[in-house]
Design a binder for this molecule. Structure first.
Ligand SMILES: [Cu+2]
Length: 313
């Protein structure tokens, strides 16, 4: 008797835990990478996880597709921030100052995953800059995240730099209604996880909506890209979408990695002498895709190099 009660009680607790987990996913899980922090020079089977659909409120609208862009520093000039311990500061140094992997950061894996219709995005040189996927509406009111598989590249940090990490800021558009043009879309139609480089010294900053208010933490100013996602000021939820991009942080392997039974040793990439950032631990570097790249590559084309039929812009 007591045994059956305790089993029943256990089942109830489990159910409560599941419901609580589902609820917190709806509130807290944004569109983010499954593995957002990786070691340098390490290719990772990664995923874009779409945690919830479009607003308003808790009755999120179903997600129909996504468009994902990684910064490219070969065909475009990204905006770069350096944090040496007191916040990001703009630098006009080229990305090659900090990285030797300048493009080709995200390569779609054709898993036959949640969306059968997919495409890759590349620059004119064929560097992989991202991908899109869509074609079926997934109600995420209660259900699990939607996962899009891709490889994040083995990114190398320039040994001569003082970078201890390099973080790529992604531009992502999640579609709940892809029939609406980007410039006119409200949050309930397209949710933009937009990288907005609002920090010290960025030319043209601060960027933001003309209808900004302090409660939503949206600064006043001009747009950054055409896909900032503040067309619908009323529906912008703090922390959701605007200025809340998914990120891929690459950590410098300063110690090296010993050999294991299944892997070879990896040599250390120590900081050079004389690095002063963060008390000598090195600088944190942030790479934002240029507005030019977002405007060119976030739209969806049938061709891989922004050519062929335009499906959405
Ligand atoms: Cu969210």
């Amino acid at each position: 008797m007591s045994k059956s009660i305790s089993v029943r009680k256990l089942a109830m607790c489990s159910l409560t835990a599941v419901v609580a987990a589902a609820a917190s996913q709806g509130v807290f899980a944004h569109t983010r990478l499954e593995t957002p922090i990786v070691l340098e020079n390490t290719k990772v089977h990664n995923r874009v996880n779409i945690g919830h659909g479009c607003p308003a409120g808790t009755a999120r609208k179903a997600t129909f597709g996504t468009s994902v862009v990684f910064p490219n520093a070969v065909s475009y000039t990204p905006v770069i921030g350096v944090d040496s311990g007191s916040g990001k500061v703009y630098t006009s140094n080229p990305a090659s100052t900090y990285l030797t992997t300048l493009a080709g950061i995200g390569a779609l894996i054709r898993t036959g995953g949640p969306w059968q219709t997919t495409g890759i995005k590349a620059d004119k040189l064929g560097n992989l800059d991202g991908f899109w996927a869509g074609g079926k509406a997934y109600d995420q009111t209660i259900s699990t995240p939607i996962n899009i598989d891709f490889y994040s590249a083995a990114v190398k940090i320039n040994p001569a730099s003082c970078a201890r990490s390099v973080t790529f800021e992604l531009a992502i558009a999640d579609f709940c209604d892809a029939s609406v043009p980007g410039a006119a879309a409200k949050d309930e139609e397209i949710l933009y996880w937009s990288p907005i480089p609002n920090f010290t010294g960025v030319p043209g900053a601060p960027f933001g909506a003309a209808t900004a208010d302090a409660a939503r933490n949206v600064p006043v100013g001009p747009k950054y890209s055409n896909y900032d996602g503040y067309a619908d000021a009323a529906h912008t939820i703090a922390g959701d979408g605007w200025g809340s991009p998914a990120t891929l942080k690459v950590v410098r392997n300063t110690t090296g990695t010993p050999a294991t039974l299944t892997s070879a040793a990896v040599a250390a990439n120590p900081l050079p002498a004389g690095c002063t950032g963060n008390g000598g631990a090195g600088d944190d570097i942030y790479i934002y895709p240029s507005a030019e790249q977002i405007n060119a590559e976030l739209p969806i084309w049938s061709g891989t190099q922004q050519n062929g039929t335009n499906y959405w812009q």
